[in-house]
Design a protein around this ligand. Structure first.
Ligand SMILES: [Zn+2]
Length: 411
């Protein structure tokens, strides 16, 4: 589709037809694909005239007009100002109607949960934050209450669905199968939340959601296909977007590089293993380095006695132990990123989390280790995301947005 004619040499990834799960294409399939192409082009290049859309898509003017008329009827597209052209009929510009659908975004974290109501452009009209309850049942009650309040405050916004980004892995049925930092297990969160709020729900690992947020709302070229998101928080989440698709693996556990052991004799991890990468490169790791070097480590109480933002503050005040703890965390981040970059050759690696606020301090150590340990041709762009853009929450919105704008799956 778009970009094919003027992009780099055509590379056609061929996929083997899955003979256990396929559907043949019908004329309806072609209509759906063309509609999604038109919607996606409009989303990316608006405002556009019908002629622009025909030119960029390569579709016949009459086909474009039929698609656009239907999109206008359904409220996805609006017609705006009349454009200026040197001669001939003056075109009307088409815009994507971001208010066509309201989307609930939920960022579930071990300490706090953020719930927001956004349009298709992931701009939030309202948000609320509350402490995450310890039990999933209580979480669902609080979530339902919170969404009710948001929806009744904005009765004119029609909600299409809810996306939830969470610190763990969810299988295809919506069961939470792995969430060591949350401490919940084998809960069918999708079914329970859908029942409580009466909307379709999509759940996804937070790092995967952040990768999607970059793909849908980040400022990247259209041809971006290989992106890795690293969510640095209490743990370390890795979201893999390869060949334009999120990678889940055979058992929905794909991407758990945070729990790859880099030292068999290292500190114990909440997953049951020892020496996992996240024990060296997460916020919790930096806090541990600081407490060890200042002699305040003491027996583990399960609760960190120092918050990460306090550690950042101390580093800003030139507390030497805090500066060193962040540098050590940065070096271990770089060690893991070099392994990911060497093994997967992404175009972009985005870093998400509070550590990006101290990137001037941490980034040089990350880059130094990466350069030292990567192959010469491996040089992804490393992008620390701005915390203010709320990548986890926008990622939750992207989960629902991609259902409307994502490429149609034929096979
Ligand atoms: Zn682990």
């Amino acid at each position: 589709m778009a970009g094919g004619r003027d992009a780099a040499p055509a590379k056609c990834p061929m996929r083997k037809v899955d003979l256990t799960n396929f559907r043949v294409a019908t004329s309806e399939t072609a209509r759906k694909i063309n509609r999604q192409i038109a919607l996606t082009l409009l989303r990316r290049h608006q405002p556009m005239s019908r002629a622009d859309l025909a030119r960029r898509s390569g579709l016949q003017r009459s086909t474009v007009s039929a698609i656009v008329d239907q999109l206008i009827d359904e409220g996805w597209v609006t017609e705006g100002a009349i454009g200026r052209v040197p001669r001939g009929r003056r075109p009307r510009f088409l815009h994507l109607n971001a208010e066509r659908a309201g989307i609930i975004g939920v960022d579930l974290r071990p300490e706090t949960t953020t719930v927001g109501l956004a349009g298709l452009d992931a701009r939030f009209v309202s948000q609320t934050v509350w402490p995450t309850p310890r039990e999933p049942e209580q979480f669902i009650i609080e979530l339902s209450r919170s969404i009710d309040t948001l929806r009744s405050a904005h009765p004119r916004i029609v909600c299409e669905g809810a996306g939830v980004s969470l610190p763990g892995r969810v299988d295809a049925s919506g069961n939470l199968i792995f969430a060591p930092n949350l401490g919940w297990r084998d809960v069918n969160l999708k079914a329970k939340i859908e029942e409580a709020i009466g909307l379709p729900v999509v759940l996804e690992n937070a790092a995967n959601a952040c990768a999607l947020a970059e793909l849908w709302f980040g400022h990247h070229p259209d041809h971006l296909k290989h992106l890795i998101a690293i969510a640095v928080s209490e743990g370390l989440g890795v979201g893999l977007l390869l060949n334009g698709q999120l990678v889940h693996g055979a058992h929905a556990m794909g991407g758990e590089f945070g729990h790859v052991s880099i030292d068999a004799d290292g500190p114990p991890c909440s997953c049951g293993n020892r020496g996992c990468w996240e024990r060296y490169a997460s916020n919790a790791a930096a806090i541990r380095y600081y407490l060890e070097s200042t002699g305040h480590a003491g027996p583990s109480t399960g609760q960190p006695p120092l918050r990460f933002d306090e550690l950042l503050r101390r580093a800003d005040q030139n507390d030497k132990a805090a500066v060193e703890a962040l540098a050590r965390m940065g070096r271990f981040l770089g060690i893991g990123l070099a392994a990911l970059a060497t093994g997967l050759s992404p175009e972009v690696i985005v870093i998400v989390g509070d550590v990006t606020a101290a990137w001037d301090r941490v980034g040089p150590f990350v880059m130094e280790e990466m350069k030292r340990r990567s192959l010469p041709r491996v040089c992804p762009r490393i992008i620390p995301t701005d915390r203010a853009t709320q990548p986890r929450l926008r990622g939750a919105v992207a989960l629902v947005v991609q259902q409307h704008f994502g490429a149609h799956v034929v096979a």
